[in-house]
Design a protein around this ligand. Structure first.
Ligand SMILES: Nc1nc(=O)c2c([nH]1)NC[C@@H]1CN(c3ccc(C(=O)N[C@@H](CCC(=O)O)C(=O)O)cc3)C=[N+]21
Length: 305
């Protein structure tokens, strides 16, 4: 038996099409256009790639995009002042400050300076607290995308055992809150967990978000588990030959030993083409959500998670 491969690209495509229709109906109804501001600091090549694909997706959905690029020497005070300007800009409904930020910037100060009702990443203290206490909030895009894939794959999640490997503020921690809210029994493994395999073996649902290539072995998986691989690791791929600079070419791999896991899992997301595209679609979803809230309208039912 070989596992079903969950097609995140196709699922994200469907969601983006619905978002596009919704945005165009806003325009037809004279309600205006949602706007998303993306702030990039410095020149990390991976961040530049991600920001470009976010902006492309934004424009394809008919959402207005505002892109701002700062040198990595920008001061914290200047960055905070800029966020404040976006907070009061009526054309901007969502604000995303791309992480990581340079070391001299206090990342939490910047995140917490974003108006909570424009915090489409869901990283602001107020949204984190709301999610943890069951109050309406923005939900971080990657965990939201993972939840959508799980709900489509498994339906009701009540009573299932979910093991999350990794406990970051961006993925692991909010994922745990979301799965709890969906009535799962949640286990969290992290750097200091003595026997991660023992936690993963109990899981009907595995969410791998450690950022360690191949960390999750096939023999850790319970037969029939549903595996969501959030890891995006660039590793050398000598089998692809050499790049122009003479170094081996590279490829993206997840945190799960994918080829071996296929023989054990019931369903699994690939890397690339799994969670990544859903993250971007959920950013657009959160931006439409922000627009609706700020316009005092209910979110269209067709976009309900
Ligand atoms: N404030 C903030 N919010 C974020 O949501 C955020 C961030 N900072 N910093 C970086 C991470 C990373 N992230 C990804 C989004 C899409 C893909 C994606 O689409 N990946 C493609 C492959 C992309 C490729 O080929 O490199 C895939 O998995 O199929 C990956 C990673 C959002 N992040």
């Amino acid at each position: 038996m070989t596992a079903r491969i969950i097609d995140g690209r196709e699922r994200a495509h469907r969601l983006r099409a619905k978002i596009k229709d919704t945005v165009s109906s806003f325009k037809q109804d004279g309600l205006g256009t949602p706007g998303l501001a993306v702030v990039l600091v410095g020149s990390d090549p991976a961040s530049e790639v991600y920001v470009r694909s976010k902006l492309r997706a934004t424009e394809e959905a008919g959402i207005q995009s505002f892109s701002h690029h700062f040198e990595d020497t920008v001061t914290q005070a200047d960055l905070l002042a800029f966020v404040e300007r976006l907070n009061t800009d009526p054309a901007v409904h969502g604000i995303l400050v791309q992480l990581p930020l340079p070391a001299h910037i206090d990342k939490l100060a910047v995140i917490n300076a974003i108006a909570p009702d424009k915090d489409v990443d869901g990283f602001h203290l107020e949204n984190v607290g709301r999610l943890a206490t069951g109050q309406p909030s923005f939900i971080p895009c990657t965990p939201l995308g993972c939840l959508m894939l799980l709900r489509e794959e498994l339906g009701d999640l009540r009573g299932r055992v979910a093991t999350i490997v990794g406990c970051s503020n961006i993925v692991g921690h909010p994922m745990a809150e979301l799965l709890l809210k969906n009535e799962c029994t949640v286990l969290i493994a992290h750097e200091y967990t003595r026997d991660t395999g023992a936690l993963v073996r109990q899981a009907d649902i595995v969410v791998a978000a450690a950022g360690v290539p191949g960390l999750i072995k096939a023999d850790w998986l319970k037969p029939g588990a549903c595996v969501i691989d959030v890891g995006i690791n660039r590793v050398a791929a000598p089998e692809k030959g050499l790049a122009d600079d003479g170094a081996p070419k590279t490829k993206l791999v997840g945190d799960v030993d994918f080829a071996a896991a296929l023989a054990v899992a019931d369903a699994i997301t690939p890397v690339p083409g799994g969670v990544g595209p859903m993250t971007i679609a959920c950013l657009l979803l959160n931006t439409v959500d922000a627009f609706c809230t700020q316009a005092g309208r209910a979110k269209p039912a067709c976009l309900a998670a």
